[in-house]
Ligand binder design. Structure first.
Ligand code: HEC
Length: 126
């Protein structure tokens, strides 16, 4: 009987640590944050949420994959992972386009869309 409870305790301990590991990496993945201790300088919460990221991803699939690729690794357009540009510059590229290379989306996308796209692009890291 005692062995059984010890086993149970062990199981619970392992399950809990797995769960907390998953939670940590899940959050890190979703928000593109560096592991705890190394704060990512580029993400400014609290406007980041799963809904915003999902909205950004949808917009990306609708408008951007033809050039930047489904995985955003670049095709005709560039790889959009680990962008160095700050939020305002990214926004400017999306709204104004790149002459002869990328269309301007300023008239097509609203404020919320632009924010969601930028937040989504910020999650693309490796
Ligand atoms: C017709 C093809 C095309 C489409 C569609 C397109 N892009 Fe681009 N994009 C490009 C090309 C080409 C570049 C690289 C331009 C350069 O710097 O010479 C680029 C550059 C960028 C950059 C700057 C990358 C950097 O390194 O700073 C961002 C950000 C970007 N695109 C986002 C988007 C988003 C978001 C969308 C969808 C709303 C989109 N693009 C749609 C072709 C495209």
């Amino acid at each position: 009987m005692k062995r059984f409870t010890e086993r149970q305790a062990l199981f619970v301990a392992i399950a809990t640590s797995c769960a907390s590991l998953l939670a940590t990496f899940g959050v890190a993945l979703i928000f593109g944050h560096a592991p705890p201790g190394k704060k990512s300088p580029t993400i400014k919460s609290p406007e980041v949420s799963v809904e915003v990221i999902t909205h950004g991803r949808r917009l990306f699939i609708r408008h951007c994959v033809e050039c930047h690729g489904f995985d955003a690794r670049g095709d005709e357009g560039s790889d959009l992972h680990n962008l160095r540009a700050g939020d305002p510059l990214i926004r400017q590229v999306i709204t104004g386009g790149v002459n002869g290379e990328m269309p301007a989306y300023g008239k097509m996308l609203g404020e919320e869309d632009l924010r969601a796209l930028t937040v989504y692009l910020r999650t693309l890291r490796n």
